[in-house]
Design a protein around this ligand. Structure first.
Ligand SMILES: NC(=O)c1ccc[n+]([C@@H]2O[C@H](COP(=O)([O-])OP(=O)(O)OC[C@H]3O[C@@H](n4cnc5c(N)ncnc54)[C@H](O)[C@@H]3O)[C@@H](O)[C@H]2O)c1
Length: 340
């Protein structure tokens, strides 16, 4: 299959694009390149068009059978940078890609949505029909984008919504602003596992390589199984409280203390998620990573990389810091477009 992957030069895309290519697909990328130089390893990038999704034209989608749409301002703090920009890129850019794809005759669009759209959860695990109580501009942008894409679905265009749990794991374009990656980073670089909350919030987790497996399964499944469907993406046993994640890290890196921030404002992003639907509908999706193995992968990669305090706090690995840097030195304008 010829597949266009938007956002392929990010944390997830740098794993997904080579994974799809290794499965025999012909992959091309499209990315604005905000984090292109934020390297942790050696990426195996496919041929990539440097372009903003807000400027995509039908010609950019010509000749593809599917588009995997990852490009976005990709987390809660980024969304708060400017909620209008989050809407312009995460909703407006998504619609632009979808409309171009439809006009170009692309049959399937796999959209990277997020479990964070459930927001403030109750005691029970929420499934795809559960209430959405978004707590951030980012989460709201995912809800709005899903609704807009759903309205574009028709016989020859199938949007699929993959609501990913919080990612963790190693990528050649690493992010340290994700909970597991961050806490292992504290442990390796400072010997203290510093939780920025009281540790009670629940988070569903998914390894970045298992995200790639879910995307492949959604691309390769029969149309009627995925057409206009939403799937939570994770493992059924992968809901954790942040303090449990910290305790597991403490067990695997035994000389580290766990430190809880009693002053932290309450984290309202707490939710448990059911992953039953994806496992029933897409049996080819078989996650291979558990948290313990993921922690060990991160620990070993950080040690190999010599992750010290300076590297841990470097802007390259925190999305908000890198964007602020590009804004402050004038490489990006306030609309997040390159100035030259
Ligand atoms: N990482 C997670 O925990 C997680 C969880 C759920 C969903 N997701 C979703 O998966 C996708 C990828 O996340 P990620 O962690 O790789 O984020 P990331 O920030 O590492 O990568 C996003 C990529 O999109 C590109 N991009 C951003 N705005 C663009 C624009 N206007 N035009 C073209 N390219 C643009 C960036 O340059 C970057 O390469 C996002 O849609 C995100 O919302 C991620």
């Amino acid at each position: 299959m010829r597949i266009l992957v938007t956002g392929n030069l990010g944390f997830v895309g740098s794993v997904v694009a080579p994974y799809l290519a290794a499965r025999g697909h012909e992959v091309q990328g499209l990315d604005a390149g905000y984090f292109e130089s934020c390297l942790f390893g050696r990426p195996a990038d496919p041929p990539t068009v440097r372009k903003d999704v807000r400027d995509v034209e039908p010609e950019d989608l010509e000749g593809f059978q599917a588009v995997v749409h990852l490009a976005a301002l990709s987390n809660d703090p980024l969304g708060e940078l400017d909620p209008d920009l989050t809407a312009a890129i995460n909703l407006g850019g998504t619609l632009r890609v979808a409309e171009a794809a439809r006009r170009a005759g692309v049959a399937r669009m796999v959209f990277a949505s997020s479990c964070s759209l459930y927001g403030l959860g109750g005691a029970a695990a929420v499934d795809e029909s559960g209430d959405m109580r978004p707590q951030t501009a980012y989460a709201k942008s995912k809800i709005d984008a899903e609704a807009a894409l759903d309205a574009l679905g028709r016989d020859d265009f199938s949007p699929v919504f993959l609501r990913f749990a919080t990612a963790y794991g190693v990528s050649p374009r690493l992010r340290l602003d994700l909970v597991v990656n961050n806490l292992v980073g504290w442990a390796v670089s400072e010997g203290v596992i510093r939780i920025q909350s009281d540790g009670s919030p629940w988070r569903p987790l998914v390894h970045v390589e298992d995200m790639a497996r879910a995307i492949a399964a959604a691309l390769e499944a029969p149309r009627e199984v995925v057409h206009r469907q939403a799937f939570n993406v994770g493992r059924s046993d992968a809901n954790y409280q942040v303090k449990t994640i910290a305790a597991d890290i403490g067990r695997l890196l035994p000389h580290c203390q766990v430190s809880i921030n009693p002053q932290a404002s309450p984290d309202t992003r707490s939710y448990r998620v059911s992953f039953d639907r994806i496992h029933a509908a897409l049996p080819d999706f078989r996650p291979e990573w558990g948290l313990e193995r993921g922690i060990l992968q991160l620990r070993d990669a950080y040690r190999e990389h010599g992750l010290d305090q300076a590297t841990f706090h470097d802007r390259r690995f925190t999305r908000l810091l890198q964007l602020k840097h590009l804004l402050e030195n004038g490489q990006l304008g306030s609309n997040l477009r390159w100035t030259h």
